[in-house]
Design a protein around this ligand. Structure first.
Ligand code: EPU
Length: 419
């Protein structure tokens, strides 16, 4: 298994380009299953989760054409198996996103039930209840969700809690249903907006995406299109937080600054000078140690749970004491125990981490427990004295393309070794 070696102490400086968003690319790939013609998807990030989705499509018999720029053409009409097997679902929970499109387009689907994962319990009951409200007959047997419906119909659905992939699954299913579906208490994440724009380009009738009430009027079929995936706001935030923690100056390019607002406000509070253009953001710490900042995660437009771990790393070396409250996932603090091994002064009280910033961390062997935890340990390694060894970095490869190359380009000392 690969490991990362990071020698701390360097200030990150320079510019880098941000990739397409993993959490927009995955539902957009799933949306291609709704189409009878081919769909061309551009700006896909080079990530393990994307290759897992491609592998899943391959296992269904779907013809895929990919060029050297990672533009992918999906021809879903060659599909043979309407099934997502456990061995793929267990490596990527987002495989659940094929449930709504397969059921809506082909009348049936079988998807392995994703179990719990490192960051929490993560049930999919709201996906299932929403599809049942649209007329699906769903059973759970032998660890599989089996869904059938001759034709889904429109429904008025109130989501009991805000779910990103749940909203996406129901929105996709509703595009080919008979009649109108209204999803209330829908998630408002920019990735949902991007998915809706792609579906609209395919001929879907959707209104209200980006708000908490989405209205979808079903159409008989969706047609071919090509679509460019939005930039990854979590990847951009991760590099900006790393720059702030190392007291550096970094410009991220090919981003949508409007989607980074909550993170940028927090980074300003930490002492960063921020400049934004149409599609870039520059952060400058002017060599200063960051100030500790309080964070509370919540659905968009608030601070995303996907940047909570990275802010923990920043606060670990900031001036002062901070509180970080995680309200989305019940077990997303495993990085804190690893940072404690590096000398971080972190104390957990329920869903809140209380962090007393220290001048610097000390290198230690640590273990990445999930995707964003691995990014936070990279940041911790960059601000630690000595060489930190991060194990289990396959988690990182699910969501960060070329992270070693990018960090090295910005002046960080980082090396991947194969064990
Ligand atoms: N929930 C339910 N029932 C459901 C669905 C969700 O109770 O049927 C609960 C979850 O247990 C959780 C909360 O609702 O407490 C929110 O979960 P959500 O469904 O929004 O998460 P998700 O859709 O499974 C997506 C991202 C995650 C991101 C979360 C929250 C994708 C592919 N994944 O997951 O991304 O953390 O939304 O924003 O879009 C990551 O990229 O590192 C990552 C984990």
């Amino acid at each position: 298994m690969d490991k990362l070696l990071i020698t701390g102490g360097n200030t990150l400086q320079g510019e880098l380009r941000i990739c397409g968003a993993k959490n927009a690319a995955l539902p957009i790939l799933a949306a291609s299953l709704l189409c009878s013609d081919s769909v061309k998807i551009c700006n896909l990030p080079h990530l393990k989760d994307i290759t897992t989705m491609i592998e899943l499509f391959g296992s269904m018999g779907i013809r895929l054409l990919i060029d050297d720029k990672m533009n992918l053409e999906v021809c879903a009409n060659t599909i043979l198996h309407l099934s997502a097997p456990y061995h793929l679902v267990k490596t990527m929970r987002a495989s659940i996103l094929v449930l709504g499109p397969l059921l809506s387009h082909y009348g049936e689907a079988e998807v392995a039930l994703p179990g719990g994962c490192a960051i929490g319990n993560r049930p999919v009951d709201l996906h299932i209840r929403g599809l049942e409200a649209m007329g699906a007959n769903i059973t759970i047997e032998n660890g599989y969700i089996r869904a059938q419906a001759k034709k889904l119909h429109g429904a008025h659905i109130f989501m009991d809690s805000i779910t990103v992939t749940g909203t996406e699954n129901l929105m996709m299913a509703a595009t080919l249903a008979e009649g109108t579906t209204i999803i209330e208490n829908a998630a408002r994440e920019p990735e949902i907006y991007d998915l809706a724009n792609c579906l609209i380009k395919m001929g879907a009738k959707i209104k209200g995406h980006g708000t908490s009430t989405i209205t979808i009027t079903g159409v008989p079929r969706l047609h071919n299109t090509h679509y460019t995936v939005m930039p990854d706001r979590i990847e951009a935030s991760t590099y900006l937080i790393a720059a702030a923690a190392t007291r550096g100056k970094v410009k991220v390019k090919d981003v949508q600054p409007e989607y980074l607002e909550a993170v940028l406000l927090k980074l300003k509070e930490a002492g960063a000078v921020i400049r934004c253009g149409d599609n870039w953001v520059e952060l400058d710490m002017q060599g200063k140690r960051p100030q500790a900042i309080n964070i509370e995660t919540a659905p968009y437009p608030a601070i995303a749970t996907d940047v909570q771990a990275q802010f923990c790393a920043l606060n670990a070396v900031a001036k002062g004491t901070s509180r970080i409250k995680e309200t989305i996932f019940e077990n997303r603090f495993m990085h804190c125990q690893e940072m404690q091994r590096m000398g971080a002064d972190i104390h957990l009280e329920g869903n809140t981490a209380i962090i007393h910033g220290v001048e610097s961390l000390n290198a230690a062997p640590v273990r990445a427990t999930d995707l964003r935890a691995s990014a936070s340990l990279v940041i911790a390694g960059l601000v630690a004295k000595g060489t930190t060894e991060i194990d289990h970095i396959h988690h990182m490869d699910r969501g960060y393309a070329c992270i070693e190359e990018n960090i090295a380009m910005l002046g960080g000392s980082i090396q991947r070794i194969s064990a």
